[in-house]
Design a protein around this ligand. Structure first.
Ligand SMILES: [Zn+2]
Length: 1011
């Protein structure tokens, strides 16, 4: 270490006494940059987890302190007088979930004081979302929503826009964070702590901790952001400079009248730490993160000691130090006008040391992850319906769901790395948010179906029910006896901007039912039995969720095909009538030959001997591949040095789940789809669906309770084996958006030392994973965040569930052993979910991954209304918010349509394809807003930054240009849609572009005749 040699000399020269008096001292904290010296930017901060060991509210008020002494209220209360005491002091605050709790309790006087501190730059909001969201187990739409909500509060209360991304704690970093939640929200830089320890060592050695990160190859140089990783891998001060009242760092004792005077010693330690860091950092500017989790509960101790350090270190003169912020640090780095290394792809997976890959949390708490995803899609649809209803006049809002979903994106929430009671708290918030949004949805649908001639819609005539537990075949609204002169109306809402055709399934109790569309025409339907495995799951979990035990169970799933216009609905009527098309049951006693399933283009071939899947064949595109599917578990390591736990995946051996030689196999064939039921073990049940009109397979898995009676924690994966020669290469999405190339046992940025060949090759999956060779692509799409990989060529595996008996030593101090109690018993948690599988000829897979992926994220929203026999039809039985002849192009999704509190409307449109991903759809797309909004006239339209807190043009004007090292780093294509023509109102979108607008409508034009 060269710096230490220099240091020894410097110390001996500078060892002079400081002028110290035992009386009142005025510390000189007014320093700024001194160009020829090492400049230490002291950045006072607190890292306040929006729930982890305690709930968000417990952290705020400071209760439950036996778990962790943490009170955010104390932080903010003590901060303000500490800042007022010296105008040179600075502080950054990040989590709006906490700040807003505090802000609404403050007096007008205090609010004015804080506004002055913010406008003077003493207090700066950075990052600025409701929480510091996770970057692996989160979907980009949720990341945008939670950031928008926080940024909106900051704009409302202080009229400022945060400049800096501050993702200091999340466990690895995504490409989408860099370009969408970084460059596209107008951040000038992004800082964080956690990158792989091997990567960090190399970056330290080569002074490459600070880079220009280009997160999207489609978005080119416009997706670049200056990015800094902290040299020590944490966001704490250097050792010895912690000043919370209970920290054991030496305080700076400068009163000569007292014992333990230590100014010279503290200055020497400061200078030594500064030299050490300067030695691994480019330029003579370094940042000290002066704080960590829940610090500054008594802010004065920190500032008192930092005041002294600034005073004495600057008096010493070897290095220069001052109060700073990441914004000031960034501006200084920018002003150096240097070139920085270019970084592409992302920072996953993260390992903090040998054998410690934080890839378990990609799947931890899979039912929480599933719940978040379901409600994320629901929130998108509910906001559309809130907009159609008009939020101001209805008095109902989706706001509490917005808040709950925002908090659930926190890096100890969506990750599953919180204590159980905190996970319960997130679920409770989500459930309350759902309940309130459900009323918005019901009111909106009630109004929209009412007579178009009605001039008022204050209380809709029709009461629509919804069924959040439909996935476990529980839906009181459909479980009604329709043989006694009743009709059941099903309204199917489609939140996507294009017309859609999908099979809808509901549980029913009657056998002889007919389904007709809104014109009264009978349509094809199909009955399937609800199998025993589903009945027992239903019974237990309905009791767990509702506290009530349903007396009887429906016998059948009734399925029919719904065809629904864009941003609209269709209605279907179910009544007693002729028997639905019956299903043919294939007994599981076939013991020779093969069983072919599927009545459309796609066929799955199973072995008649052992019930195993053998082949996948598509007659339309001649894809014909061998395919095996299995379930396997890893035993979680219990190694004292590193166990497998909520964060860390550390397998100890692989075990194929031993099922009988023969997997019991039952096939139900129908007019709409075929279903294959298989019991892999007493705790792994699977239903495979092959739809006549679709070319993918839907696999519904029910896994759990994972047995632990052998004393082993287990991590369950499903594996799909083919002959595809993918040569170690596979592709996984970044937060549901760009696909990144992954190569097994390889990292682009350093020579990987492989110590965990399975866990170290796991990546987060939010949309899907695929592999390919020169002929074929195999794609798997998922219904929630999971971890997955291709560990062997030709294979894809995804982790579905984890149950572990040891803590992995990262602070949560609980084993990830989820249980559910109901009906006087407690048992391990069962997860039920779906994944989807499809093969395509090379180059043709993205159409399905993108279009169907959007359908998975935004499923049909179903609402039910029971009617008597005399009921004929709704005045408006079908509806589209768009011009009836219009549809969004196949490559565009509307990811936000929301009426804001002031009545303006927030619209976000996203291009779904990357550059070069598809021959047809990776092209510039256009959206005609005049036809998108039927019956409304747009008065004013403003293009905004992604988080909608500033106009896009203003954001671009302020953007700092950075120079990238090397000659071959010319900006890639910066293809971007042109400025919007205010007359034609046509929006262009380039590949992977997301555009955000705020619209004002002409209020003289009455939409939908609802006023
Ligand atoms: Zn944290």
């Amino acid at each position: 270490m060269a710096a230490f040699g220099v240091l020894a000399v410097v110390l001996s020269v500078y060892c002079v006494c400081f002028l110290v008096e035992g009386t009142y001292m005025v510390y000189n904290t007014s320093g700024g940059v001194v160009p020829e010296k090492i400049n230490v930017h002291l950045v006072p901060h607190t890292h306040d987890d929006v729930g982890w060991l305690k709930t968000v509210d417990q952290y705020y008020v400071g209760s439950n302190n036996s778990i962790q002494v943490a009170c955010v209220q104390n932080v903010l209360d003590s901060l303000i007088p500490a800042l007022l005491a010296d105008k040179n002091r600075k502080f950054i605050y990040v989590e709006q979930a906490f700040f807003q709790r505090w802000w609404r309790q403050q007096s007008d006087g205090m609010k004015e004081t804080v506004k002055v501190l913010v406008s003077s730059g003493q207090l700066e909001f950075i990052n600025g979302g409701m929480c510091m969201h996770d970057e692996a187990a989160t979907h980009y739409i949720d990341m945008i929503d939670q950031t928008t909500l926080g940024h909106w509060y900051i704009k409302r209360d202080f009229n400022v826009t945060p400049r800096i991304g501050w993702q200091i704690d999340p466990f690895g970093h995504s490409a989408v964070q860099a370009y969408l939640l970084g460059a596209e929200v107008g951040f000038d830089a992004l800082y964080f702590a956690r990158i792989d320890y091997q990567d960090r060592a190399k970056r330290c050695a080569e002074k490459n901790l600070e880079v220009i990160w280009q997160g999207s190859k489609s978005r080119g140089s416009s997706s670049q952001i200056f990015t800094g990783a902290f040299y020590a891998g944490n966001y704490e001060p250097p050792t010895g400079f912690y000043y919370e009242v209970n920290d054991d760092s030496p305080i700076v004792q400068d009163d000569i009248e007292l014992f333990d005077y230590n100014v010279q010693e503290r200055v020497d330690a400061f200078v030594a730490a500064a030299y050490f860091q300067a030695n691994v950092t480019r330029s003579n500017h370094i940042m000290w993160t002066m704080g960590t989790d829940f610090k500054y509960q008594y802010a004065h101790t920190w500032f008192r000691n930092m005041d002294k350090l600034i005073h004495y270190v600057n008096q010493d003169g070897r290095v220069n130090t001052f109060y700073s912020t990441p914004s000031i640090y960034t501006d200084v780095k920018h002003a150096l006008n240097e070139s920085w290394p270019l970084k592409s792809d992302d920072f996953f997976p993260y390992a903090d040391r040998v054998n410690a890959y934080w890839t378990g949390y990609f799947t931890s708490r899979p039912t929480s992850k599933g719940y978040i995803r379901v409600l994320s899609g629901y929130y998108l649809a509910a906001r559309q319906l809130e907009f159609l209803l008009g939020r101001i006049k209805s008095g109902l809002t989706t706001d509490s769901l917005a808040d709950a979903l925002a908090i659930a994106q926190h890096h100890d929430a969506a990750t599953g790395t919180e204590k159980q009671h905190v996970a319960d708290d997130y679920a409770k918030r989500l459930s309350i948010g759902y309940e309130e949004s459900k009323d918005v949805v019901a009111a909106s649908l009630g109004c929209l179906t009412q007579s178009p001639l009605s001039s008022e819609c204050k209380s809709p005539v029709t009461n629509f029910n919804q069924c959040p537990l439909l996935n476990i075949s529980y839906c009181p609204a459909t479980e009604v006896d329709l043989s006694v002169g009743k009709k059941l109306v099903i309204l199917v809402y489609n939140p996507l901007g294009w017309k859609r055709t999908s099979v809808v399934r509901i549980p029913v109790i009657n056998e002889n039912l007919s389904v007709s569309d809104s014109t009264g025409k009978l349509i094809l339907s199909q009955l399937l039995p609800i199998v025993n495995a589903s009945v027992s799951t239903r019974k237990f979990y309905v009791s767990a969720y509702t506290g009530e035990s349903p007396s009887s169970a429906p016998k059948y799933w009734l399925a029919f095909t719904a065809v629904v216009p864009p941003l609209g609905f269709s209605t279907y009527v179910i009544s007693s009538g002729q028997s639905s098309a019956t299903t043919e049951l294939i007994p599981n006693t076939v013991d020779t030959g093969s069983i072919e399933v599927g009545s459309g283009n796609l066929k799955l071939i199973y072995s008649g001997k052992n019930g195993k899947l053998m082949k996948y064949r598509n007659s339309r595109n001649s894809v014909n591949v061998s395919l095996e599917q299995s379930y396997t578990y890893y035993v979680g390591s219990t190694d004292e040095l590193q166990a497998s736990g909520a964060y860390v995946f550390r397998p100890n051996g692989t075990h194929t789940i031993q099922f009988e030689e023969k997997i019991p196999l039952t096939v139900y064939r129908g007019t709409l789809y075929d279903e294959v039921h298989q019991t892999f073990s007493s705790w792994v049940y699977q239903t495979t669906r092959v739809y006549k009109e679709k070319e993918h397979t839907e696999i519904e898995f029910t896994v759990g309770p994972i047995p632990i009676d052998d004393g082993n924690g287990k991590e369950i994966v499903t594996q799909l084996k083919t002959m595809i020669g993918n040569n170690k290469t596979f592709y996984t999405d970044s937060n549901g958006r760009d696909f990144l190339e992954r190569i097994r046992d390889y990292r682009a940025d350093w020579d990987l030392q492989v110590d965990q060949p399975i866990a170290g090759n796991y990546y987060p999956i939010n949309l899907g994973i695929y592999i390919k060779d020169k002929n074929t692509e195999m794609s798997v799409l998922v219904d929630r965040s999971v971890g997955g990989s291709s560990i062997i060529d030709g294979e894809i595996e995804i982790m579905l569930h984890r149950r572990l008996l040891h803590d992995d030593g990262r602070g949560v101090d609980e084993a990830l052993n989820e249980t559910v109690c109901a009906l006087d018993t407690c048992m391990g948690l069962t997860v039920q979910g779906k994944y989807y599988l499809r093969f395509d000829p090379l180059g043709e897979g993205s159409k399905w991954r993108r279009s169907f992926g959007q359908e998975i994220y935004s499923p049909f929203l179903l609402a039910f209304s029971e009617q008597d026999d005399k009921w004929t039809n709704f005045p408006t039985p079908t509806f589209s918010a768009m011009d009836p002849s219009y549809s969004l192009p196949d490559n565009v999704a509307v990811i936000t349509l929301q009426e804001l509190q002031d009545g303006a409307v927030l619209l976000r449109l996203a291009h779904l394809y990357e550059v070069g991903e598809d021959n047809d759809l990776s092209s510039l797309a256009t959206v005609e807003l005049n036809r998108f909004f039927q019956n409304r006239k747009i008065n004013k339209i403003k293009e905004m930054s992604l988080s909608a807190n500033q106009e896009r043009a203003e954001m671009e004007r302020k953007r700092l240009p950075w120079k990238v090292e090397g000659s071959n780093t010319e900006p890639l294509s910066d293809l971007r849609g042109g400025p919007i023509d205010h007359v034609k109102l046509v929006v262009e979108l380039a590949p992977m572009e997301v555009r955000t607008f705020i619209l004002d409508f002409n209020s003289d034009i009455v939409p939908y005749n609802m006023r």
